[in-house]
Design a protein around this ligand. Structure first.
Ligand code: MN
Length: 757
């Protein structure tokens, strides 16, 4: 994964603070060792070998962080140990635990990736590397509406879900130990946690972590509000204690009577969710009624519905509060039945009914996948699980046995196929997968796209067709004189870029048609004795309006485009213009008229349309005769197809001249054509080995390019015709090629192909 550093410089590592080893007191060392001992107690689900590998990772991390202290005075190693302990709660595999222990050694201790590969293997090193890269991305909360994109970028960048889980454990521990940090830092980290990491935890179904991250952020962002609400909740709780105890007893009795084995636990809304409810719905604390709840864990899915019946007989349900999240699970896999009942003393109490498997997913989400495997080493039939989502996760895992592939499957559900890149200013842009640099340029603005000359990713100049990758920092260089290239259409991926490029090319052809039309109309006017087009001025408005009524156009450029494209004939428009001018008193100049009409040879330079090959869509070279510079040519203004250039002796052109003479205009070659032109040859060769190679070599030696070769029918037993399309500079070049061919062995004859009829 190539990952550019975002435009903001990587943050100085939050907690690391190297100090003199002398400060590494024996007491602190003991504390760290003690906490690793506590971690070891949680590793029972690993094999002996795996546990030993984890221990080695610990020793390595411990000596790497030696002398570094946390802000709160603890030895730094206590942090990775706590992060690993959380991962062990989720029963993540040994590789993930090792990575969790090592997660800060690249960034804080300057350990190189290859050293990690040698010591702990590539999978562990990749996890640590992935975490280090996530650390370098810094969310800039000043950019509005960017948190969603930033979340998606984080998720898309982590090629392995374990990276996200370790990151969440890391963030949770950092939030728990943030008290000693500066206020600024607390605010920044809390905002980032609330906007980025808590929603990710929620999305992955890690509800416990989600709730804790929200509450911790809230505490740092609004310490005062948090304090008041905590007090209110504590007070209310003690006031309601007896009442809730009573509910608990009544519920347990009811289920005992119904013969359903249950596990029941009290559940309290978090401080943050109470705050949010008050804030969103403008409620007072007293008005937030569903603070208390119970969770009822039952053996089977059917029992969930039976339990609902038992409860509804015990207490009156609040109408409209029943929700079946089992039939229709939430997108993050959450399943439960919810109902709110009116308990003793008329307090509302929410009940959630679920199976053990649903509970596991509800609390741990994606991590339930490891939890389930650890708890059920030789897992029984999957259909007993009850949670479709967990089941589908396990199915995927069974099929793939690969954490990266597993993650790819989850990702499909989690976010659309997009890549996330940075602008130089740190703005995040979501682009469709496969989009190129040029698509990016057009996504910024069509003006940027149209004038793009080059681009760079992470400061390195790369071709415009380069595909974007997550986290790329992209910069586009523009030049006002640069214009879109038709070849761009071959590699842009977005509809926006494609349509903008097409639009530009079309407009350009239009502009060319206008100037061709103007030239043709002026030329036709001169032949009628009028020196130049009447200018577009208010005094001429009536004149032009009359002309438009005649031609059916709406503006001068509209009319000139039509003439340029051959939709209107310049001579006819000119004649009408002369009549209209006569009405205003302007008479044709007889001398000019005579000279233009009968002395064309002398003034051809000024009246004919000059072609140098740079013409775009407005001029075509007729495919029947393929004129090249040096040929005598004619211009035919086809109906709506623009100007078509034929050779003067082309049979097709001659037929057209016969019935459509007025559509022909004078054209001539420029002295310096700017490109090569295609021409067709017929080469008759004797049959034999290597003939084609000899012909090709001959053409190359005459410095012409072959565009196409067609092997014709055998014209005789021992000879055949080759039809070639070649590119040449001009007629002289073409004739030189033909002479070379005629001197080549096996070539019986060579000539320019002519339209057959
Ligand atoms: Mn960390």
């Amino acid at each position: 994964m190539s990952l550019a550093t975002p435009p903001t410089p990587p943050k100085p590592k939050t907690n690391a603070k190297p100090q003199a080893p002398a400060l590494h007191s024996p007491a602190a060392t003991n504390a760290a060792a003690a906490s690793f001992a506590a971690l070891t107690a949680k590793l029972g689900y690993l094999t002996t070998d795996e546990a030993e590998q984890v221990r080695q990772a610990y020793r390595f991390a411990d000596s790497a962080h030696l002398g570094q202290m946390r802000k709160d005075g603890e030895p730094y190693i206590t942090h990775p140990i706590s992060v690993t302990a959380q991962c062990a709660e989720w029963k993540l595999d040994a590789q993930a635990l090792m990575a969790a222990l090592l997660h800060d050694v690249m960034e804080d201790c300057g350990i190189a990736k290859h050293e990690l590969i040698e010591r702990f293997g590539a999978p562990v090193a990749d996890l640590v590397d992935g975490l280090t890269k996530l650390d370098k991305l810094q969310f800039n909360s000043r950019e509005e509406n960017q948190s969603e994109s930033f979340r998606k970028m984080l998720l898309a960048m982590a090629r392995d879900v374990r990276v996200i889980l370790i990151k969440l454990a890391d963030r949770t521990h950092n939030m728990r130990t943030m008290a000693e940090m500066s206020r600024d830092r607390q605010l920044r980290i809390s905002t980032e946690t609330l906007e980025i990491y808590a929603p990710i935890a929620h999305r992955l179904g890690l509800n416990q972590t989600y709730r804790e991250l929200q509450d911790l952020s809230f505490r740092f962002l609004y310490p005062w509000r948090h304090k008041i609400l905590t007090k209110a909740v504590t007070k209310a709780r003690s006031r309601r204690r007896d009442l809730l105890q009573k509910v608990l007893q009544e519920v347990e009795a009811a289920f005992a009577q119904a013969g359903i084995k249950i596990r029941i636990a009290g559940r309290e809304k978090t401080i943050y969710s109470i705050y949010r409810k008050m804030d969103l719905k403008h409620l007072s604390f007293a008005q937030v009624t569903d603070i208390y709840g119970f969770r009822v864990i039952v053996p089977s899915v059917t029992d969930c519905y039976t339990a609902l019946g038992v409860l509804h007989q015990l207490y009156k349900p609040v109408p409209g509060k029943f929700k079946d999240h089992i039939a229709i699970g939430k997108i993050n896999g959450y399943q439960s039945l919810h109902t709110t009942l009116v308990g003793p003393a008329s307090i509302n109490i929410e009940f959630q009914m679920r199976t053990e498997a649903m509970h596991m997913v509800a609390e741990s989400g994606v991590a339930a996948h490891w939890l389930y495997k650890a708890n059920n080493p030789d897992s029984g039939p999957l259909d007993r699980l009850g949670s479709k989502w967990l089941q589908s996760l396990l199915d995927i895992q069974d099929e793939t046995r690969d954490a990266a592939e597993f993650w790819d499957h989850i990702k499909v559900d989690l976010f659309p196929d997009a890549v996330y890149v940075f602008t130089p200013k740190g703005q995040i842009m979501a682009m469709p997968r496969g989009a190129t640099l040029l698509d990016f340029a057009y996504a910024i603005h069509s003006n940027v796209g149209d004038h793009t000359v080059s681009a760079s990713i992470g400061g390195q100049q790369v071709p415009l067709r380069t595909e974007l990758k997550n986290g790329d920092v992209v910069e586009v260089v523009t030049d006002p004189s640069a214009t879109p290239n038709p070849a761009w259409l071959d590699f842009v991926r977005t509809g926006r870029a494609r349509s903008k490029i097409r639009h530009y090319l079309k407009t350009m052809a239009q502009t060319e048609s206008v100037s061709l039309g103007e030239k043709l109309l002026t030329q036709a006017l001169r032949a009628e004795g009028i020196e130049k087009l009447p200018p577009q001025s208010p005094s001429n408005q009536a004149l032009w309006d009359k002309l438009f009524r005649f031609t059916g156009n709406r503006s001068t450029s509209d009319l000139l485009t039509d003439i340029g494209l051959g939709k209107r004939i310049a001579g006819i428009v000119a004649k009408r213009l002369v009549i209209l001018l006569a009405e205003t008193g302007e008479k044709p100049d007889a001398v000019l008229m005579t000279r233009e009409r009968y002395g064309a040879q002398d003034t051809s330079g000024s009246s004919a349309v000059t072609l140098d090959g740079s013409e775009n869509a407005s001029v075509k070279f007729a495919p029947c005769c393929l004129p090249v510079p040096g040929d005598n040519i004619l211009g035919y203004l086809g109906r709506g197809e623009g100007l078509v250039i034929h050779c003067e002796d082309c049979a097709v052109a001659k037929r057209l001249q016969h019935k459509d003479r007025e559509r022909f205009i004078d054209v001539e070659w420029s002295d310096e054509p700017v490109r090569q032109f295609e021409s067709r040859l017929v080469v008759t060769v004797s049959n034999g080995k290597g003939v084609l190679a000899r012909v090709a070599t001959a053409i190359a030696s005459a410095e012409a390019d072959i565009a196409h070769i067609d092997m014709g029918e055998k014209s005789a037993q021992d000879a055949m015709d080759l039809r070639l399309t070649i590119a040449v500079q001009d007629l002289a070049h073409l004739e030189a090629v033909i002479r070379t061919l005629k001197r080549t062995g096996s070539v019986l004859n060579a000539s320019r192909a002519r339209p057959s009829s």
